[in-house]
Design a protein. Structure first.
Length: 239
């Protein structure tokens, strides 16, 4: 299995608004069957025009209130919920944005589907995956890592339920979250600083099953069965 970071030119607001597909055409090599193309959320947001000039912390706090799906009252400057992800500042970032606040992409799953369709047709592939990733923080751990915020073209999990373990006992419940595992390692390869590698190709990951169907629901946990749901009661959700 290979993780292939793609070094590109700088992708900067506002001049690169609308230029994502030009970037893909200019820097991606010829793709192969069963490749997964990883795209950072920042360049998707810039492409969508999801950025505003950075002026003050007060402005940022207002943006967080506007963008967050859930906040902790009295802790607005920190942890938020956005698109089922626990993330700081509702995903708003100023790093590598040259004086702008870059917001979370609009409908990242749909954005991934559009990129998937474009690349699949251009490279004449039967099986292809696309992931949009962002950085987030694990509870009680220091440091950022990658997480998928939108994907298309494959099943996100490998289901072990009903299969046997090494002793022949049946596994009752067991899902391996493949999409976020790939996002974590992709994020480490892409980097958080001046690497200038907002694209990456995952090649040769045999566990993935590709499909043209919408598989987003396969990743979303049922709140009634999710062990972390009680912790989310401290969040306030907009009406």
């Amino acid at each position: 299995m290979d993780f292939i970071p793609i070094k590109t030119g700088k992708f900067t607001p506002p001049q690169d608004q609308g230029n994502l597909y030009k970037l893909l055409d200019g820097f991606l090599p010829r793709l192969k069957e069963k490749d997964v193309v990883v795209v950072t959320s920042k360049i998707v947001s810039i492409h969508q025009g999801r950025f505003v000039p950075a002026k003050s912390m007060t402005q940022k706090l207002q943006l967080i209130k506007q963008e967050a799906d859930g906040i902790i009252p009295g802790h607005i400057h920190g942890l938020t919920l956005k698109e089922t992800v626990l993330t700081p500042y509702a995903g708003i970032d100023r790093t590598n944005s040259h004086g702008y606040y870059v917001l979370w992409p609009k409908n990242p799953a749909l954005a991934a589907k559009k990129i998937w369709r474009y690349l699949k047709n251009k490279h004449r592939l039967n099986e292809l995956g696309v992931m949009i990733i962002d950085s987030f923080c694990l509870p009680l751990r220091w440091g950022h890592m990658g997480i998928s915020i939108g994907f298309w073209g494959f099943h996100p999990n490998k289901n072990y339920a009903g299969k046997k373990d090494i002793f022949g006992d049946k596994i009752i419940q067991g899902n391996s979250n493949l999409v976020d595992a790939l996002a974590a390692l992709s994020g480490a390869m892409i980097g958080e600083g001046a690497e200038q590698t907002p694209l990456l190709i995952v090649r040769g990951f045999a566990k993935l099953k590709f499909t043209d169907k919408n598989t987003l629901a396969e990743l979303q946990a049922n709140p009634q069965k999710d062990m972390y749901t009680p912790l989310l009661k401290i969040f306030k959700f907009p009406d």
